[in-house]
Design a protein around this ligand. Structure first.
Ligand code: NDP
Length: 293
């Protein structure tokens, strides 16, 4: 079967073009959309993500502030910073990069973010709004997955979508979004996880398989239905002595083998990754637009 490659790089480029028009309209009204990112500690992956976010803001003509705090920052100090950003008129949306050091209660920090500035969509109020089908900010990775389906004309209505993974930031919100009524949703959704019996029996029934496990190349050809569409959220760094860096990124799907059985598939890198950052930018632009209402 000839499989179509769903490129997150291409889809995000067309969304950025749309965002540029909205940013120009905001700027003509004297508003420059502003994103704040708070990083606590020196987690190398987080540092990379934070840099990418700042760079993207710059490219789009948005304002961005990165706050870097030492790993031993107290919960109280971090709450104070969150409060400052809640009150900062130049910052329309902000996020605290996760994971946080163990001595800080992540829930407490997320709960302290003003839901109208919560561009990650992790505040319980935004999670609840999404669940009842009246979203304010959708979480970036799930929103990116949904946009990839919509913009690649992959019909979800009446389709059986199987999601592997039930995390609060990926698996669960994707399930909640695809089960809603409306465009890019109306799906019949199954969520599977590490306690599921006979995982492959479920994945083989999927018209659309969405994988977010964090297990390099776990999903193999025998676990896929002929003609399924596969979205691979997984981002895993594995050793690769042949590459310059000594390592490379792979997804949770064994791409080369699985691809020939699918009707459409996302690559890693260049798939869901670029969509995630794009959806964060889109939420920030929306937050700036909301500030004018
Ligand atoms: P979590 O570790 O929070 O969740 C992983 C989920 O996969 C859990 O629900 C777990 O089940 C399930 N799982 C793990 N192993 C198995 C198994 N052998 N069989 C069945 N289910 C299994 O990860 P995240 O959701 O945060 O992230 C998932 C992946 O997506 C990671 O690779 C991450 O790097 C990537 N990611 C990529 C993003 C992007 O922008 N492209 C953004 C966010 C994440 P259980 O709940 O039972 O433990």
């Amino acid at each position: 079967m000839r499989s179509r490659l769903i490129s997150g790089s291409e889809i995000s480029a067309s969304i950025y073009d749309e965002l540029k028009g909205r940013i120009a309209a905001l700027r003509s009204k004297g508003v420059t959309p502003g994103l704040g990112v708070v990083l606590v500690g020196e987690d190398p992956a987080s540092q990379v993500y934070v840099r990418m976010k700042g760079k993207k803001c710059e490219e789009l003509g948005m304002h961005s502030v990165t706050v870097v705090l030492p790993a031993d920052t107290s919960e109280k100090e971090l709450l104070k910073k969150v409060d400052e950003l809640n009150k900062d008129d130049k910052i329309h949306g902000f996020l605290v990069q996760l994971p946080l050091p163990k001595h800080i209660d992540e829930d407490k920090i997320i709960n302290a973010i003003d839901p109208r500035k919560d561009v990650d969509g992790f505040h319980p109020s935004n999670v609840g709004s999404m669940l009842i089908g009246k979203p304010l900010f959708l979480p970036a990775t799930p929103a990116g997955v949904q946009q990839m389906l919509v913009r690649s004309n992959i019909e979800t209505a009446g389709k059986h979508v199987v999601i592997v993974g039930r995390s609060n930031i990926v698996g669960k919100p994707i399930a909640a979004m695809l089960v809603q009524k409306g465009k890019g949703a109306d799906a019949t959704v199954t969520v599977v996880h590490s306690r599921t019996k006979d995982l492959a029996d479920h994945t083989r029934r999927a018209d659309i398989l969405i994988v977010a496990m964090g297990r390099p190349r776990f999903i193999t050809k025998d676990m896929i239905k002929d003609g399924a569409a596969v979205i691979d959220v997984g981002t895993n760094r594995i050793d690769d002595p042949a590459s310059e860096k000594g390592s490379r990124l792979v997804g949770d799907v064994d791409f080369e083998n699985v691809k020939e059985k699918t009707s459409a598939i996302t690559p890693v890198p260049g798939g869901v990754g670029p969509m995630t950052i794009c959806m964060l930018m889109s939420n920030t632009v929306m937050a700036a637009e909301l500030s004018l209402l």
